[in-house]
Every structure is written in structure tokens, then in C-alpha cells.
Design a protein around this ligand. Structure first.
Ligand code: GLC
Length: 574
């Protein structure tokens, strides 16, 4: 399909670009493979930048591209100032940033500040050094309890399963101290009480800001600081270890000192205000409940935006979505920050599959307690999926998400309507949760399968060898490639393009507010943006008659003047 030229560059001149940016998440390992080794790379990302510009997004966020043993998909960083040789070189990264800017796209990368990889030179030095040494103080080492020190220092549980402590072996072969790892054993936690850690991260920020990075997505932005009294916590009966529930005062989550750390980063980002790209920005990853607690992270002087996981975890119903929208907007407005909207990412079941399940999320209409996202993924797995239904709803959800005030995130492949790959063979699973949970949780590989770009069979233009792709692509992706969808005016890809073009060109979408509309109620969500653009979503079984006006974009054909079930549209009211 031919498209009009799309790239106004005012994005790069607007200091408030981040308040309503649509950001596309690239998971580098699975995005595009230029050298044909079966793993995505930075040159593949460069080749696909025109595709992203044409899609109409404002920015990209690149999940970790650093040197890493990839024991947690790159969230185990061995060197914060380089590019993984699996993905390319620093020169490739520079070219990617420059080329993105030429196309009017801003660039976020990932900051992983809670932990490094155990291959980080500072952790290797810490292991080699003696207890009590300055090297060990960069991480969190403690003596064990019990007569022989063989009981972990606290009962804390790892998010990925098992104890959050691992015992080291001293040079003489005897068991030594324990180190803390909130996630995998290969991800030792930094000691943020140590000023050298604070300084090191400020220096890492400057390293990338100086290379032209526009912002950072902050991994687990509610961890880092730990309660220095190291108290035990209540046991989670499902794991036998301490709970990771984020109750107020939990020793590992949302500690008061997190605010100081974030304010320090903000000062570094603001140092760049006078540069051509303007001040740099942050988006926080924090699964924190309720949203009134989360918005502290985007209060003045702290971070800029935060992922809205309530939206991601909300079930497909008008009542639940309405609760989330109202609460989120009110909470953010109270601190003067814009909201974001999120349907998926590399940690959660793909939206097409989730919305095709008999359970589509957590029931926010009843204000259920927020569970760990991993638990939701596990809960959904094994339930039957109606993919056609899920895809129909995902189309409607895209128009809801992009029609709301604030920014939005698109996880790679969402624009192609890809489903979760739920039947990956167990021997190929790579997510550490699979092993650490004793095979109780399959983990997140099913949303990380390499993208299909072209062709009728795997590897669908992701490199040239189907046997080489780091995870196998399913036969069901035939017909869903970017090339196929480019040629089909009714495809998911062209729906996203059309919506993003409208969002960019209709002035109503720049206004940061919505007004609920008279049609709203029952199983329908209806709101207006600006004076006259109506966003209408029908969650109910019965068709809803359309008010007079011009349809700007619709998730289904609406020839007969009504909007059918599980569909959405944008309409300029007459
Ligand atoms: C974040 C990342 C996830 C990673 C974890 C530990 O939740 O999104 O992929 O496993 O942090 O770094």
C-alpha cells in the first residue's frame, strides 16, 4: 500500500514530545536479523527504521542491547557502556541513533539499575575480594545465619523463584558469604547505599545522553533501595520463600530512598535542557498498586512518565477499563504528569491471546489486588484461546489506547496482531523463571519469538535460516508478515498506520484531556477529544447506532451506521 510522506520533524523541536509520544518497543534479539545468524541485531534495527517511521510512531525504546550472557534476555548487563557483540558495535548504535533522529524518531534505551550480570567486572572483583572489602560493598554481601552460616541472611524470595540469596565459595573452597539477587542468580543486586554506585549510574546516563539518547526506560524502578535492617518478610505459601508483595514498607520495594535516587537521575537529565535535543526523559517500569502510589514516581523533580500496567492488566470490559481510565487520569493530573497506555511488552502475554481467553485480565472493576504480571501470564497459560476473537478485540483496543490522552506504547509485533506462541517446546524455553520456578511457570518466551517480515514460511524474512532463529516461529504466522499486511488495506498494520496518522494530524489529539460522552454507559465506552472527535468502543453483544459524523478510522467495516460488538472507531461528530 502506498502511504503519504509521514515524517514531520517537529517532534525533535518540541520539548514536550514525551507527554504524548507513541513509543515502539524493540526487543533487539527478536526484531530484525541483518546478518542471518538467527538473532536480531542493530543493523537489522537500522534497516527497519523506515518501517517504524512509516508506521507513524514518535519514538522507539530499545530493550537492553548491552554485552550480556543473556541469562535474563539482556536484563543481566555485563557492560553498561557497550553493545553486545551478538547485536553489533557501538558504531552501529551511533548510526542507529543518528538515523532515527533523521527520521524524526526519538530513542529510549533501557537502564537496568537494580542489578548487573554476574559477568560484570565489578562483580567478578567483588567475588575475588575479601568480606568487608570496598569491592564487596558495591553489591550486597552478607554472612549467613546459623552455626555454619548456611542459612540465607533473610527469608527473601527471588521474583523468579527460590531464595533471593546465593552462597559464594571462597578461594580456599570453603563456603563463603551470600549475595542478594532479587531476580536470577546471575543478577546480583547493586548496593545503592554506596555513593560509588550512585556516581557510576550518573556517569552511565551521561555516557548515553552524550551519544544522543533521548531517554531511558528504567527497569524495576521501584527496587534498588533496600531496608537496611534486613528484616524477614511474610512467607508466600506458593513458593515457601518470603513474599514479593509490595505492601507499604516492604523491605525490597518502593523504599523511601528510591525517591532520592530518582531525583539524582532527573538532575542529570535536566543538565541537557539547553542542548539541541532538549532535556532527556525517563519512563519508569514499576508494577505498583494502587496508581495513587505509583504517581509519586512522576511527581515534580522525579521521573517523567511511568508505564500504566493497570491498563495492561485490566480485563476486556467497559466497567474495568472505565475504572482504570478514570483513576489513572485523575491520579496523574494531581501531580501534573501525563499518563501512558500499555497493552503489552516482553514480559506479558501478547494482547491478541489475552483478549481471546475466557479470563482477559485482572478485574479492576472490583479493585482486586494487583498480582505479579508473571502470575497473570501463568494463570492464562493453558486456558483455551479464540484467536479470531482476541484479534478483533486487539484491533478495538488499539483505537482505545491511541485515542486516550497521554502517551502510548506499542510492543513489537502488536501492530501485526501477532499472538503469543504458547506451545514452544519445553527444551527450548530460555526464561529463567522456567527453571527457577521448578517448571511451575513457563515464563515469557512466548511473546519474544522473532518477528515475521516477509515470505510464506519461517524464518519469514528474519534472517534466512528457519533452523537458526533463536526461538522457532509458528506456521500460524503465515499471512501475518509485515509484507503481507502492507498490501492488505484491512490489515492490523494498516489500522495502526491509519490511527497514528489521524492522531498526528487531528489537532484534537494534542489536547491532554477527554470528556465522557452521552453515549457512554453499559457496555460502551464513549468519550470525546477536543471539541468534536468521538472515540467509541463497544464491549457489548448488541450493535450501537452511530451518531452523525465522519468516521476517521474504525476497527471493523461500519457500513450500516452501527458499531458491532468488540469494535471501536474514531468519528468526527457532525
Ligand atoms: C523487568 C524486565 C524483565 C526483567 C526484570 C529483571 O521487569 O522487564 O524482563 O526480567 O526486570 O531485570
Amino acid at each position: 500500500m502506498t502511504t503519504e510522506p509521514v515524517r514531520p520533524t517537529q517532534n525533535l523541536n518540541d520539548p514536550n514530545w514525551w507527554r504524548r509520544a507513541v513509543v515502539y518497543q524493540i526487543y533487539p534479539r527478536s526484531f530484525a536479523d541483518a546478518n542471518g545468524d538467527g538473532t536480531g541485531d542493530v543493523r537489522g534495527m537500522i534497516e527497519k527504521l523506515p518501517y517504524l517511521a512509516d508506521l507513524g510512531v514518535d519514538a522507539v525504546w530499545v530493550s537492553p542491547w548491552y554485552p550480556s550472557p543473556l541469562l535474563d534476555g539482556g536484563y543481566d548487563v555485563a557492560d553498561y557502556r557497550d553493545i553486545s557483540p551478538d547485536f553489533g558495535t557501538l558504531a552501529d548504535a551511533d548510526e542507529f541513533i543518528a538515523r532515527a533522529h533523521e527520521l524524526g524518531l526519538r530513542v529510549f534505551i533501557d537502564l537496568v539499575p537494580n542489578h548487573s550480570s554476574w559477568e560484570h567486572p565489578w562483580f567478578k572483583a567483588a567475588l575475588a575480594a575479601a568480606p568487608g572489602s570496598p569491592e564487596r560493598d558495591l553489591y550486597i554481601f552478607r554472612d549467613g545465619k546459623g552455626e555454619n552460616g548456611d542459612v540465607p541472611p533473610t527469608n527473601w524470595g527471588s521474583v523468579f523463584g527460590g531464595s533471593a540469596w546465593h552462597r559464594t565459595t571462597d578461594a580456599d573452597g570453603n563456603p563463603g558469604q551470600w549475595y542478594l539477587h532479587m531476580f536470577d542468580i546471575s543478577q546480583p543486586d547493586w548496593n545503592w547505599e554506596n555513593p560509588a554506585v550512585v556516581e557510576e549510574f550518573h556517569s552511565i546516563l551521561r555516557f548515553w545522553f552524550d551519544r544522543g539518547i533521548d531517554g531511558f526506560r528504567v527497569d524495576v524502578a521501584d527496587s534498588m533501595a533496600k531496608d537496611q535492617s534486613f528484616p524477614d518478610v511474610p512467607i508466600n505459601p506458593a513458593t515457601g520463600w518470603g513474599t514479593n508483595d509490595k505492601y507499604v514498607g516492604a523491605p525490597l520495594w518502593d523504599q523511601p530512598k528510591v525517591a532520592d535516587i530518582q531525583r539524582g537521575w532527573r538532575r542529570v537529565a535536566d543538565e541537557y535542557s539547553a542542548t539541541p535535543l532538549g532535556g532527556r526523559v525517563f519512563v519508569a517500569e514499576a508494577y505498583l498498586d494502587p496508581v495513587e502510589r505509583l504517581v509519586e514516581y512522576v511527581a515534580p523533580g522525579r521521573l517523567h512518565t511511568t508505564f500504566n500496567f493497570d491498563a495492561l492488566l485490566s480485563e476486556w470490559s467497559a466497567a474495568s477499563q472505565r475504572v482504570v481510565i478514570d483513576r489513572t487520569l485523575a491520579a496523574h493530573e494531581a501531580v501534573g504528569a501525563p499518563t501512558t497506555w500499555v497493552l503489552g511488552n516482553h514480559d506479558n502475554t501478547r494482547v491478541v491471546t489475552r483478549y481471546g481467553k475466557p479470563v482477559t485480565g485482572l478485574d479492576f472493576s472490583s479493585h482486586d489486588e494487583l498480582e505479579e504480571p508473571i502470575e497473570l501470564t501463568t494463570r492464562l497459560h493453558g486456558l483455551p484461546t479464540d484467536i479470531a476473537l482476541g484479534r478483533r478485540r486487539a484491533r478495538a483496543a488499539a483505537l482505545l489506547e491511541l485515542g486516550l490522552p497521554g502517551g502510548a506504547y506499542i510492543y513489537q509485533g502488536e501492530e501485526l496482531g501477532l499472538e503469543e506462541v504458547e506451545d514452544l517446546p519445553e527444551d527450548l524455553l530460555q526464561d529463567p523463571t522456567w527453571e527457577r520456578s521448578g517448571h511451575r511457570m513457563r515464563g515469557r518466551d512466548g511473546c519474544r519469538v522473532p518477528l515475521p517480515w516477509s515470505g510464506d514460511a519461517a524464518p519469514y524474512g528474519f534472517g534466512t535460516d528457519a533452523a537458526a532463529t533463536w526461538l522457532p516461529q509458528p506456521a500460524s504466522w503465515r499471512g501475518l508478515t509485515a509484507a503481507d499486511q502492507d498490501a492488505d488495506p484491512s490489515s492490523m498494520l494498516n489500522l495502526y498506520r491509519a490511527a497514528l496518522r489521524q492522531r498526528r494530524t487531528q489537532p484534537e489529539f494534542t489536547d491532554g484531556r477527554l470528556a465522557w460522552h452521552a453515549l457512554d454507559g453499559g457496555d460502551v465506552l464513549a468519550f470525546t477529544r477536543g471539541e468534536g472527535v468521538l472515540v467509541l468502543v463497544n464491549f457489548g453483544a448488541e450493535p450501537v447506532p452511530l451518531p452523525a459524523g465522519e468516521v476517521l478510522v474504525a476497527s471493523v467495516a461500519v457500513g450500516d451506521g452501527s458499531l458491532p460488538t468488540d469494535a471501536a472507531l474514531w468519528l468526527r461528530l457532525a
